[in-house]
Ligand binder design. Sequence first.
Ligand code: FEO
Length: 171
Amino acid sequence: MITKKMAKALNEQIKNEIFSSYLYLSMSAWSSTQGLKGFANWFYIQSKEEMVHAIKFYHYVLDQGEPVELHEIPKPEKDFKNPVKVFEEVLKHEQFITKSIYGLVDLALEEKDHATNAFLQWFVTEQVEEEANVNSILDQLKLTKSDGNGIFMIDKELATRTFVLPAGVTI
Ligand code: FEO
């Protein structure tokens, strides 16, 4: 059992996660048009992972006997300027998502909602990993100082990312 207030906040997070998926799909499309196939691959997989996050929240709300309410998804940006700028946008967005997850944890603690708190801990850990990955890519990109060879090498590395469905998740 969860409160109506918690259900509303979780439904809001479904929107945030689907928007993340939408934003990364837009970044993938932008990368493709720049000839950055590896970047495009990385963002495409990131977009799929975000949809998995949304689906995790979706099932949790339903499992708790509350209705899922899907919100309107804002239109994402489509011009990301250059490889450093696009990953700066990713970091900014993931920091926003981390804050939103922390807000949900705060609410769960306030409501002594142990089930939701336990559910959210997966996301708390996931956000640490996401921010670390993005910071690491951003550091490498800044080191290249927009040198073509450096970008080419990073693009090759980003092309190797593959999609792995998290354990216990069915979509
Ligand atoms: Fe679902 Fe990238 O946070």
